[in-house]
Design a protein around this ligand. Structure first.
Ligand code: BMA
Length: 366
């Protein structure tokens, strides 16, 4: 009897390790698998730094080859490049913040070629009336899931997403791995996929369908799926809409800092601690998928507000939002008041920018 129990536990733990040490998409290509495994290992010691739209524009410039505000200040590109696919569903030539999709493809290639990591959010309009991601005046989710009256319209949206994600390739035609982070901040109340305008089951059904459609129907095997909440107070709340281990690779949340620095630290600490616990329980990769302090008006924010909390946890990456204009930016640029402190943050041995990521060959299995 004891032997039987012991054998069962060896077998089941073996199966568990095997099952969870690969991406949710069982057919993920070798680079995507390597990214998943290497990122998980790396997260035990280091946190990669990421910036939204890093190569597309910054404060006071747009469209300048090779430029990045993060690089201008620290000397290195970020290790993670955040992008958004909003408006691909409308056949628009530009994403919602004005970056041409053709250029976006080039940026993704460029980042990949130096061993950087690309992640996409999708501020999608809704497939019924094409109003913005922030329009919550109708119950959209229940109409677009399988069985819903408008399901075909959602499929048409996903066809466009699949075409774009499938077009992210190297010159020799290899699919570039991407962390796809759809339906982000679902615990908020501001997007049409948020919890105030969809039930738990509807949300999960939308996620499951999206995952299956992109990977199985469309045959995309270059995606890691990231489940990313906004605020949550408990583990139960964080897991409430979790689509399941077979549908998710990364876990995260988005949180922003306002004048109350201590309040931000307290909430960040509490949520990171829950996130880490959930990530361990599910054997997934945790990341601080969006954060920042608009205009970074505090000259030591990086090392005295963000870092002391971040350093306590094993997050794979931390990404700050975009540098659009003087009134709306989250990373410093030369002369910006937190620039010197950002250099110290860059030099912290726990933090990795592109220069330290490149030699790690994150897309190679080891
Ligand atoms: C928000 C702001 C908006 C932007 C949106 C999607 O946080 O930066 O200006 O359109 O993200 O990128």
């Amino acid at each position: 009897m004891y032997l039987f129990i012991a054998l069962c536990s060896v077998i089941s733990s073996g199966c568990y390790a095997q099952k969870s040490d690969r991406p949710a998409d069982k057919k993920a290509n070798s680079e995507t698998k390597a990214l998943y495994i290497n990122l998980k290992k790396l997260a035990a010691k280091h946190t990669l730094f990421g910036h939204q739209d890093a190569l597309a524009y910054g404060v006071g410039w747009r469209n300048e080859e090779g430029r990045s505000d993060v690089k201008s200040v620290s000397g290195a590109y970020p290790a993670v490049y955040g992008w958004d696919m909003g408006h691909i569903e409308l056949d628009s030539l530009k994403e919602l913040d004005g970056v041409p999709f053709d250029q976006l493809r080039q940026f993704v290639k460029e980042a990949y070629s130096r061993g950087g990591i690309n992640t996409f959010s999708w501020h999608t309009t809704n497939p019924i009336d094409h109003k913005s991601a922030w329009d919550t005046t109708q119950l959209i989710v229940k109409q677009i899931i399988p069985g819903g009256a408008k399901h075909e319209l959602y499929k048409a949206y996903l066809d466009k997403v699949a075409a774009f994600l499938g077009s992210l390739k190297t010159d020799d035609g290899k699919a570039i791995p991407v962390i796809f982070r759809p339906f982000h901040e679902h615990t908020g109340t501001w997007f049409w996929w948020c919890e105030n305008v969809s039930t738990v089951d509807e949300f999960k059904s939308m996620w499951h369908f999206t995952f299956d459609y992109l990977t199985k129907t469309k045959g995309l095997h270059n995606l890691l799926f990231s489940y990313s909440a906004a605020d949550f107070a408990t583990k139960e709340k964080y897991e409430e809409r979790y689509p399941g281990d077979d549908y998710v690779d990364m876990l995260g949340f988005d949180i922003y800092c306002f004048e109350d620095l201590k309040g931000y630290q307290t909430k960040l600490d509490r949520q990171l601690s829950i996130l880490q616990e959930v990530a361990i329980a599910h054997n997934k990769i945790p990341a601080l998928t969006e954060t920042g302090y608009e205009r970074v008006p505090n000259s030591t924010w990086w090392t005295e507000t963000l870092m002391p909390v971040l350093a306590k946890y094993n997050m794979a990456y931390v990404l700050v939002w975009r540098n659009d204009r003087p009134a709306h930016h989250y990373a410093p640029y030369p002369g910006q008041q937190s620039a010197d402190d950002f250099k110290k943050f860059y030099a912290d041995p726990k933090i990795i920018f592109q220069d330290k990521l490149t030699p790690l060959s994150i897309y190679k299995s080891k």
